[in-house]
Write a protein that binds this ligand. Structure first.
Ligand code: IMP
Ligand code: MG
Length: 192
């Protein structure tokens, strides 16, 4: 029943099971890369909510998790500006940080987050994104060490990814159907 409802939102790109397996594998690679307790996970809200929570359960229990709230998307388009970072801080001095985001698109979010973390004194910054769109990125934007899946340059929703705040709770990841975009659903700003 749930699967049928989800299918009306758009074509399936990644099923719940495929996502789960990949997150487990990413977790294993991250466990091998860092000594327990030696790094902090920095999840970017709202989009990486589910991914960060699942990844957190794959890494050693000592791992600290912090969230920052940023946004760069409105509807189905990047604004090219990453908003919200000025308000974010914390004690990152001398710490190894693993930034976790849902999806890499233009690269503007990761670039801006990196800059902020350097200002805050992080000793190293690595990135783990669940999805990366096959498209050109901004010059100088960081290349994540861990990428779950490379996907076509389409607008996707589910497993934390939204369209104007909707569909984050889908268990699968889907290409948003044209009809759903056309429906407009208002001009509320997305907070992904
Ligand atoms: P970038 O800053 O252009 O790399 O865009 C990355 C951010 O935009 C991600 O953190 C997402 O929140 C959002 N985003 C990019 N593409 C999509 C998409 O296809 N669906 C939902 N959110 C997206
Ligand atoms: Mg985001």
């Amino acid at each position: 029943m749930r699967e049928k409802l989800e299918s009306e939102i758009g074509d399936l790109l990644l099923s719940e099971g495929v996502i789960r397996e990949r997150v487990r594998a990413l977790g294993a690679e991250i466990r091998n890369a860092y000594a327990p307790g030696s790094f902090v996970l920095l999840g970017l809200l709202n989009g990486s909510l589910l991914f960060t929570a699942d990844l957190l359960r794959e890494v050693p229990p000592e791992t600290e998790v912090v969230f920052w709230r940023v946004k760069s998307y409105r509807g189905t388009n990047s604004t090219g500006v990453c908003e919200g970072l000025e308000a974010e801080g914390g004690d990152f001095t001398g710490r190894a940080v693993l930034v976790v985001d849902d999806i890499l698109d233009s690269g503007c979010t990761l670039q801006a987050v990196d800059k902020r973390l350097r200002i805050l004194g992080a000793s190293s910054v690595e990135h783990c994104v669940l999805l990366a769109k096959r498209r050109p990125r901004l010059p100088g934007s960081p290349l994540p060490r861990w990428i779950g899946f490379e996907i076509p340059d389409r607008f996707v929703v589910g497993y934390g990814l939204d369209y104007n705040g909707r569909y984050r709770g889908l268990r699968s990841i889907r290409v948003l159907a044209e009809g759903r975009m056309a429906a407009g659903l208002g001009n509320r700003r997305t907070e992904s």
